[in-house]
Design a protein around this ligand. Structure first.
Ligand code: NAD
Ligand code: UDP
Length: 314
């Protein structure tokens, strides 16, 4: 049966892929976005579908809609963007989260919150399991995002226990792919754009810090599986467990783009996590989910996307 599904942040990177998939599955999709980091071009291809609607709205203000499911993805996700206005970022985890939970409570909609591996902070447990409580600096430059996402998880459970709201929490690990904005500032898009332009590749720190990168179609699949799984609130880690140092990642991108770019080293930002890798045992067991796209395959698609932007602009 077709559902009416709200995707907040649906003009953004992950939200636009998710909205496309939900439409393909026959649902009605309402995207709500204030276009802070979202891009109109990400949703233009969906506009012809008469089951698609978009509303420009800032989720720090209440929203009244009738929906069956809510995917709450709205929140700047790149360190550059979430640190631009830290107060606003905290409001996404608090004020906007309460608005979305109020909507879920009134309509009886199931709500999935896009949480993050950043709830583990700079982790001293490796790989990270859902039972690990994390190591977050509450007053550091990243705290507006990390603590915002942590309080959002608390709010999700408070509404679940007190008001019986049907909740799902996905802890998303670094995800990449087409539809990332050119000014996104996260590592994969930065390195690809720098490689394609023949500019220096900027490694922050010595490049020994690690991340595990998930291609966006795998992430969307995991989010949909979690939303539609009965009796599982989460949190559930979603991410690709293959771990790379940032230096390895730069070298791989230079190789695949055939770039002549040089690697340069810049100062490591405050509280930058030294290592990150998801333990996805729970997602495998409960959702039958396992990422399928290899880093090489995913990078090729992301590189092709950024190349296609160059030819559009030419
Ligand atoms: P993104 O920045 O591309 O998308 C976020 C979207 O939210 C944008 O379209 C933006 O305009 C919208 N938005 C921001 N503030 C808003 C507001 N006040 N009202 C309405 N819309 C607003 O980021 P993304 O990578 O697509 O991330 C989506 C979600 O997944 C975020 O909640 C993020 O925290 C989470 N997440 C992403 C990653 C990742 O690696 N991409 C990792 C962990 C968690
Ligand atoms: N990074 C880097 N160069 C860049 C952008 C990021 O070396 O141009 C590093 C960053 O310091 C971090 C890692 O790459 O160690 C991942 O950064 P990103 O902003 O993509 O995500 P997050 O730190 O939130 O995992």
């Amino acid at each position: 049966m077709a559902k009416t599904i709200l995707v907040t942040g649906g003009a953004g990177f992950i939200g636009s892929h998710l909205s496309k998939r939900l439409l393909e599955e026959g649902n009605n999709v309402i995207v709500v976005d204030n276009f802070f980091t979202g891009q109109k071009k990400n949703i233009v291809p969906l506009m012809d579908n008469n089951r698609f609607e978009v509303i420009r709205h800032d989720l720090c203000n209440p929203l009244f809609l009738e929906v069956d499911q809510i995917y709450n993805l709205a929140c700047p996700a790149s360190p550059v963007h979430y640190q631009y206005n830290p107060i606003k970022t905290i409001k996404m985890g608090t004020v906007a989260m309460v608005n979305m939970l109020g909507l879920a409570k009134r309509t009886g909609a199931r709500i999935l919150q896009a949480s993050t591996s950043e709830v583990y902070g700079d982790p001293d447990v490796h790989p990270q399991t859902e039972s690990y409580w994390g190591n977050v600096n509450p007053i550091g430059k990243r705290s507006c995002y990390d603590e915002g996402k942590r309080v959002a998880e608390s709010l999700m459970f408070a509404y679940h226990w007190k008001c019986d709201v049907d909740i799902r929490i996905a802890r998303i690990f670094n995800t990449y792919g087409p539809n990332m904005a050119k000014n996104d500032g996260r590592v994969i898009s930065n390195f690809i754009l720098q490689s394609l332009a023949g500019e220096d590749i900027t490694i922050f720190g010595d490049g020994s810090q690690t991340r595990s990168f998930c291609y966006v179609s795998d992430m969307v699949d995991g989010l949909i599986r979690l939303m539609n799984k009965d009796g599982l609130t989460g949190p559930v880690n979603l991410g690709n467990p293959r771990e790379f140092s940032i230096l390895e990642c730069a070298k791989q991108i230079i190789k695949m783009t055939g770039s002549k770019s040089k690697i340069i080293y810049k100062e490591l930002p405050e509280d930058d996590p030294k290592q990150r890798k998801p333990d996805i045992t729970l997602a495998k067991k409960e959702l039958g989910w396992n990422p399928e796209i290899t880093f090489e395959e995913g990078l090729k698609k992301a590189i092709d996307y950024f190349k296609s932007l160059e030819s559009e602009e030419a």
